[in-house]
Design a protein around this ligand. Structure first.
Ligand code: MN
Length: 449
């Protein structure tokens, strides 16, 4: 077996296989709905590699980061250290290292027809197939600073695609700024990336902070990049496929119903069009997808990035902060849990308002003490059951401006819920946990191990 470069998706897949954590699907699968059905049936389980995709030569892979344990494994840390690793990567980014030759440029195709790629059609009422794992490189030509982000792309025939970006998405901001200067924004959609690149692309950083440098910090070494074939950008050298083109904010097209993280369809209306001038790829490229909608990987990618970003922004104002979780039940976007170490009176409420102020999508915030794992839904509910008095500890704020993806948004607003499940001074006289004596527990534990 050939040794894969450690910054490649192939190295990650080989690691998973060595751990017995990869499922190869050998039977022929149709990219229309069938790949999505496999990904849904196996969601939360091992990554999948579809070796025989109908009408295409390329294998397809998906369901990579469906658990926190896999995300931690991808970054070489324990689950307990995952949030710290993500925060440190944002704090201490590493500039990329330019290489002259790259596997992602073995083959060059001009004016590529997107039909050539095994792009899955995921859901029944979406209007076509979607590229869902594209980590998109762009650069602000005024400042020279790069940007890396994930957005969905729907082929429109030939070398054109619809791109799904919200108006405040950095890519949309850069496209409008380029237009004001009389330019068109060049982009490079990279497919088949190492999980570190995927996680880095999900961070909400400041405009001008390059997520590619965060990817390097997550890898523990500068990300190797190569100059694109036809556009003035550099892309991860060890990815599988690169689509080079321009994003034109003058041209818009209506999208139709599209799945969202909460699991239902949204109708966002019109969006921008991308035209691809070339495609470069490995000769034996593997096509990567992320199951969209309420899929575990889609949920986790958002949750980890949002949680780490929140933990970073709360550290100053809330000195007792221990960790922030963004829950799977809350679709990785809507519910946060904050753990505080021995919070002072009112610190829980302050944390709730700080979270709402930092990320508008978060609707419900639960605050627990430092002895409760915020990522464990049973432990959090147990804290709510034991330490929360509804009349005293619930905060409801009506009429707050809503994100467009909020499932219960009405007339542009939503209400917010804060739950303080921390122990308050004077709550109970006795918090002693019922248990056999510690020395007996220790003796039995020793005997069992
Ligand atoms: Mn950005």
């Amino acid at each position: 077996m050939t040794k894969h470069h450690r910054q490649s998706m192939r190295a990650w897949i080989a690691d998973r296989e060595a751990e017995g954590d990869l499922v190869r699907v050998g039977e022929s699968v149709d990219p229309v709905h069938e790949i999505a059905a496999y990904l849904i049936e196996q969601d939360g389980g091992s990554p999948l590699l579809f070796e025989a995709v109908a009408r295409h030569e390329e294998p397809v892979t998906g369901n990579h980061l469906t658990t926190r344990a896999r995300a931690a494994a991808a970054l070489g840390v324990s689950v307990d250290d995952l949030q710290g690793k993500l925060i440190d990567a944002v704090r201490y980014p590493l500039a990329p290292f330019r290489v002259e030759q790259a596997p992602c440029q073995e083959v060059v195709i001009e004016n590529p027809d997107l039909k050539l790629l095994p792009i899955p059609t995921f859901f029944e009422h979406e209007t076509g197939p979607y590229i869902s794992a594209g980590a998109i490189v762009a650069r602000d030509t005024a400042t020279g600073r790069g940007n890396l982000s994930i957005a969905r792309l729907k082929p429109l025939g030939g070398n054109r695609a619809f791109i799904g970006i919200a108006p405040n998405h950095h890519l949309a901001v850069l496209a409008r700024a380029a237009k004001e200067r009389g330019e068109r924004l060049e982009i490079a959609v990279t497919l088949g990336n190492h999980p570190a690149v995927m996680l880095a692309a999900c961070f909400y950083l400041g405009l001008g902070d390059d997520e590619m440098e965060v990817a390097g910090a997550l890898l523990g070494e500068p990300l190797e990049t190569v100059r694109c074939h036809g556009v003035d950008l550099a892309v991860p050298a060890h990815c599988e496929i690169v689509l080079e083109g321009v994003l034109d904010p003058d041209e818009t097209v209506e999208e139709g119903p599209v799945s969202e993280f909460h699991g239902m369809y949204e109708r966002y209306g019109a969006g921008y069009v991308v035209t691809f001038s070339s495609m470069t790829r490995r000769s034996d490229a593997i096509f990567q997808c992320v199951l969209p909608g309420y899929g575990a990987e889609h949920i986790l990618l958002g949750a980890e990035a949002i949680a780490a970003g929140l933990a970073r922004s709360l550290r100053g104002p809330v000195s007792s902060l221990r960790e922030v979780a963004v829950t799977a039940g809350g679709a990785g976007r809507l519910h946060a849990v904050v753990s505080l170490d021995q919070p002072r009176p009112g610190a829980a409420r302050k944390a709730i308002f700080a979270i709402w102020g930092a990320v508008n999508l978060i609707k419900q915030v639960t605050v627990v003490d430092g002895d409760v794992d915020p990522w464990d839904p049973v432990a959090v509910e147990h804290a709510v059951a034991n330490r929360m008095d509804p009349a005293r500890d619930l905060i409801v704020v009506p009429g707050v401006q809503a994100d467009r993806a909020e499932p219960m948004e009405k007339d542009g607003v939503i209400s917010k819920l804060g739950i303080d499940a921390t122990i308050h001074h004077g709550d109970r006289a006795d918090w002693t946990k019922a248990s056999p004596p510690q020395n007996v527990l220790d003796r039995v534990r020793q005997r069992l191990s």
